[in-house]
Design a protein around this ligand. Sequence first.
Ligand code: FES
Ligand SMILES: [Fe+2]
Length: 396
Amino acid sequence: MDHAENELLTRVGPGTAAGETLRKYWLPVGLSTEINSDAPKLVRWLGEDLLLFRDEIGRVGLTEPSCPHRGASLDYGWIEAGGIRCCYHGWVFDVNGRCLEQPGEPPDSSFKDKIRLKAYPVRELGGLLWAYLGSGQPPELPNYHFLVRDDGERRFSGYVRECNYMQQLENALDPVHATILHGRPVHGFPAAPEWMETPDFNVTATDSMAYYVARRKGPESGTEWHREVAYVPPIMVVHHGGSLPGDSVAEMVDVAWRMPIDDYNTRTFTLKCLPGAMVKRGKVEKQARPKPPPLMRGTRRQWDMATINGQDNAAQVSQGPIVDRTREHLGHSDRGVIQVRKLWQSAIERSLQGEDPPNLIRNPTQNHLVHVDVVERLVKSGELRNHVPNIVYVSS
Ligand code: FES
Ligand SMILES: [Fe+2]
């Protein structure tokens, strides 16, 4: 990869190729639970500083953070009067950026009608806040089945990692790293069995996603363990539950969005979607085991190598804020990484030519229980023999 390609894939600010492509999609900008009407919050997405707030009737706004009057930061403001009131002279703005009040101006003044706070559309779906940071008509907000099904439970978590989003997307289709980085015993605790040997894996790319299927021999003859992970542009990674035959988490869908804060920082939103039957059976709780003590390692920067998150931080943050891909030596084992790059690069190039990149839904009739069908596709083709069927639809 040359320097220009590396720049093309990694820069996300306004006016950049990847940044403008990302701005064509609805993107996750927060959890529904993290913003309430008490406190507006400064956030940063795709290199833009923004204000996130919820008004008195529950609507969420994502706006520029500085008051158009004389520039005070609106995160000191109060939620009232149909929007947010600036702390300095009390101008009020609603979630659409309209100026509703200017207490210091004459009562008959129409000055407020000329004032606009830049605002992006926000919607709530499945426990996440979604924003459209582009211009023009937004596409449909995808009704992924794991966001809209109502027969179970959604559990969110996440973290911020100090490196470019591409390093984390590449990691999704890199099953070899799991065996090495996460597969060692730590303080005598063995790693998860599925990570203890390097799998045989195939990588497949379609127009709309790239995925691997990794296989290892199962505990009994004729059985196999399998793990499927899909990268779905622009920033979503989907893993369908368990990989062991009869695994208790086989019905779970594990989703991660690698959302760029800016070129050098990424917030991951993770969702575990647990279908209702699993929740009722109570089979999803992991057996409690003692937490290993921290194993801090590193010279310039220390990470806890006894945790998955610390291990991934050590590997991905130490690559550099944006890894120099002109200096790599990619091998056969990097074929998943290569497919992630190719798929996203072709999406950006399509977008630069004025076409829609993949996974944009414009037609509302195609936006019904959208799902990422890796497992279903493999079961139908007979490639997965021991899979516990996990696609249960709830019609709406
Ligand atoms: S700076 Fe916000 S109202 Fe004056
Ligand atoms: Fe990892």
